[in-house]
Design a protein around this ligand. Structure first.
Ligand code: NAI
Length: 390
C-alpha cells in the first residue's frame, strides 16, 4: 500500500466526528472531511474553529484538526489514499455516487460499519465509473459507542470494542488495508474472508431488530411511562429470540461452509465475548452477557414523546429502519438463495416490516440492499460475485 498522506472522512455525525478527532494523531497525516448533508460543513467548521479542533472525550481522549471541510467532493476527495464513509447505510449510495468521479487511482473506499450488501452497491457504482482499480473495505461494526456532545467541538466516546473485523475487495489485499485501519483506529482489526462474509457477520442486524421485537411485540399502543432499558431489559424470552436469529445465520454459514470461508460469522455469544471481553461480568448465558455488559449499561430503547410524561416506541429509529433493509433482510435474501430456512429471521423481518409499513421481501424489495437487486439472483451468481469473478 502506498504511504498514507491524506484521508477523507465522509459524514458529520457521531461516528464521523469521533474518527476526525482520532485519525490525524493516529495516522500522522492530513484529514479532510466531506460533509454534503444539509448545512453540516458550515456547522462543523464553526464548531472546530471555536474549539481549536474536534475533541474526543471519555473512553478515548484525542483531538484532531481537519485540514479542509467541504460539501463539494471535488474539494476533498482528490489526493486521498483512503476515503471512509461513517454514515448510516442508507447514505452510502448517494455519497458513493458523489465521490466516485473524484477518486484517486488505486484509492481505498470503505464503510464503517459496512452493514449488509455494501459491496453490491459499491461495485455497481464503481463499474458505472469504470473504476476497477479502486479497493473496497468494510468494518463489521462501529468500533465505538459515541454521541456528539457539542457539534463540531466535543464527541463523547462511551465505550470502545476490543476488536473489530474488516473485509476487502479484492480480498487478497486485506493485509494492506487492515494494517492501515488498525493504525487509524488505534485498535486490533481482525479479518473476514470477504465482504459477503461481513454481511452475514453483521451482529447489529441480530441485536437491534431482535431486541426491538422482544421489547415491543406485545405492545398494545398504550403510551409508556418511560423508555425501557434496551440491553439490560432483555428477558429470557428475548434472549431466545436473539439465539434463534443467531442460529438462523449459523445455518446459512453451515450450508455455505464448503464453498465460502465464513469463519467470521460467529455465534452471537462468541461475538459478544470477543468484542467486549472484560466489560461483560457474567458470560454464562446469552442473556447474562447482555445485561451485565458495562458497555451497554443504561442505554434506552428509542422512543418518541407522546404526552408530557408519556412516550411511545420509535419504530422509525435505526434499529429497525437501517438494520432491517440494510441488515436482516439482506441476510434473509442470501439464505433464500442458499435454500436455508430462517424461521426466526422471517418472524422478526415480518414484524419490523409491519411496524415500518414496508414489505422488504416483497412489494418493497427495491428499498432493501439485497443481492437480487444487483442482478445476483441465484446462488451461483452470488458466489461468483463473492469470488470476484464478476
Ligand atoms: P449519525 O446519525 O450521527 O450520522 C448521521 C450523519 O450521516 C449525518 O450527520 C450526515 O453526515 C450523514 N447523513 C445522513 N443522511 C445522509 C444523506 N442522505 N446523505 C448524506 N449524508 C447523510 O450516525 P452515527 O451514530 O455516526 O452512526 C453511523 C453508523 O454507525 C450507523 O450505521 C449506525 O447504525 C452505526 N453505529 C453507531 C453507533 C454509535 O454509537 N453512534 C454504535 C454502533 C453502530
Amino acid at each position: 500500500m502506498v504511504p498514507i498522506t491524506k484521508i477523507t472522512v465522509c459524514g458529520g455525525g457521531n461516528g464521523a466526528q469521533t474518527l476526525v478527532a482520532i485519525a490525524e494523531g493516529n495516522l500522522g497525516c492530513a484529514v479532510d472531511v466531506y460533509a454534503p448533508f444539509a448545512d453540516e460543513a458550515g456547522r462543523l467548521r464553526t464548531g472546530i474553529d471555536a474549539h481549536g479542533g474536534l475533541e474526543a472525550q471519555g473512553a478515548i481522549q484525542a483531538r484532531g484538526l481537519p485540514r479542509r471541510i467541504s460539501a463539494d467532493p471535488g474539494d476533498v476527495i482528490p489526493g486521498s489514499q483512503l476515503v471512509v464513509l461513517i454514515v448510516p447505510a442508507f447514505a452510502h449510495e448517494p455519497i458513493l455516487r458523489q465521490i466516485a468521479p473524484f477518486l484517486d487511482e488505486r484509492a481505498w473506499v470503505g464503510a464503517i460499519p459496512a452493514r449488509g450488501g455494501f459491496d453490491f452497491c459499491a461495485v455497481r457504482i464503481l463499474e458505472e465509473h469504470r473504476r476497477d482499480d479502486v479497493g473496497l473495505f468494510g468494518l463489521q461494526t462501529l468500533p465505538w459507542a459515541c454521541r456528539i456532545k457539542e457539534y463540531g467541538q466535543v464527541v463523547h466516546v462511551l465505550g470502545v470494542k476490543r476488536t473489530v473485523d474488516a473485509a476487502s475487495r479484492p480480498a487478497d489485499r486485506i493485509g494492506a488495508i487492515t494494517s492501515v485501519l488498525a493504525r487509524m483506529l488505534g485498535m486490533h482489526v481482525g479479518t473476514a474472508a470477504t465482504l459477503l462474509a461481513l454481511t452475514l457477520a453483521n451482529t447489529g442486524q441480530l441485536i437491534h431488530p431482535g431486541i426491538m421485537y422482544s421489547l415491543f411485540v406485545r405492545w398494545d399502543g398504550t403510551p409508556l411511562d418511560a423508555a425501557p432499558l434496551f440491553y439490560q431489559g432483555l428477558d429470557e424470552e428475548g434472549a431466545r429470540v436473539l439465539a434463534g436469529l443467531s442460529a438462523d445465520l449459523q445455518a446459512v454459514r453451515a450450508r455455505l461452509a464448503a464453498v465460502l470461508d465464513l469463519a467470521s460469522v460467529r455465534p452471537l455469544l462468541d461475538w459478544l465475548l470477543r468484542a467486549y471481553g472484560e466489560s461483560i461480568a457474567d458470560s454464562s448465558s446469552l442473556r447474562s452477557a447482555f445485561v451485565t455488559n458495562r458497555a451497554y449499561a443504561g442505554l434506552k430503547a428509542p422512543v418518541r414523546q407522546a404526552a408530557p410524561d408519556r412516550c411511545v416506541p420509535d419504530f422509525s429509529a435505526r434499529y429497525l429502519a437501517e438494520d432491517v433493509p440494510f441488515g436482516l433482510a439482506v441476510s434473509r435474501s442470501i439464505a433464500a438463495l442458499a435454500e436455508v430456512e430462517t424461521p426466526t429471521v422471517d418472524r422478526v423481518v415480518a414484524w419490523a416490516g409491519e411496524r415500518l409499513g414496508k414489505d422488504y421481501l416483497g412489494r418493497d424489495a427495491s428499498l432493501a440492499r439485497i443481492p437480487q437487486n444487483y442482478g445476483l439472483t441465484d446462488l451461483e451468481q452470488l458466489l461468483a460475485f463473492a469470488a470476484e469473478e464478476r
